[in-house]
Design a protein around this ligand. Sequence first.
Ligand code: TXA
Ligand code: MG
Length: 328
Amino acid sequence: MAEIGTDIQKAVDELNRGNVVAVPTETVYGLAGNAFDVTAVAKIFEVKRRPSFDPLIVHIASYDCLDSVVRRIPEPARILAQALWPGPLTLVLPKADEIPELVTSGLSTVAVRVPDHPLTAKLLATLSFPLACPSANPFGYISPTSAQHVADQLGEAINYILDGGSCKVGIESTIVGFEDGQAVIYRPGGVPVESIEHLIGKTSMKSMSDSPLAPGMLKSHYSPSKSLILGNISELLDQYGHEQVGVLSFSRYFEQLDHGYQIQLSPTGNLTEAAQNLFASLRKLDSMNIRYIFAETVPEQGLGIAINNRLKRAAGGNAQINVRKECS
Ligand code: TXA
Ligand code: MG
């Protein structure tokens, strides 16, 4: 069983040995390995049971390290990185030869970011290589936002989990690529699209698709094992009844259902708080003795766009209302 602790040197030793270690970031916990070492990268795929067509994000210590992993930095990427790193922004850029093809699933681009967490910042500054680091969950399941979440699912497969407390953002990074000089949002996340557009102007969103070329946009992802149905919660309660039902609402409480089976993402209706609580709440509901999780979308603005994106993907085909068809 993995040891949980705050000993950076232990994590350094494991990584230098070519092993994988779970590390905290401001978004979610990641499963890290030496990005230049194909064997370490292969371990990441194996532990996560991740298909090799789904590329990994490379984590670097600072903007100054970007040249070691990418070939070219377009001007809008430079502006975004300088304004928003360290932080929940991932840039997709032409990859340097040193990055193994396994990391990028054969793509000519690499996804890269500078995480904003003191422990992992120190870890990266100590290491002589960048870290390939996807979210530390089994492929397709809810991302972890605490060390315990990682231990619950990957504890048998790894030796060490660096414990940095609960993730302050709670939702994965926003992924931005550049196609024909135009910024494209591949995944809405911890940096609101509005903040990106404020810096570099209009962006476009890639629609969700099942295309293996853009696996991060798979429609069904972040899935709890219970059936999550996204819609109008009152109507769902009327339609399905209250037996074996749990509710995940934005801020409302439903009188008709036992209080123990309800979680409000933010009782005050705050989207930052809702993002922080999202994945832990889904896990909590998933562990209850219920059959269905009824959930509703949050306001489609700021972090709400990323929250709704995760809820829709957690619902897979079970969305009963038309929230935006785009990548929201
Ligand atoms: O906040 C985060 O980004 C977290 C923390 C640990 O940093 N990491 C994370 O990694 O969410 P992961 O592997 O769960 O999601 C990364 C997504 C994948 O869905 C992958 O398809 C996409 O990034 N991706 C990676 N490289 C790409 C590339 N070259 N082009 C397009 N998408 C890429
Ligand atoms: Mg993930």
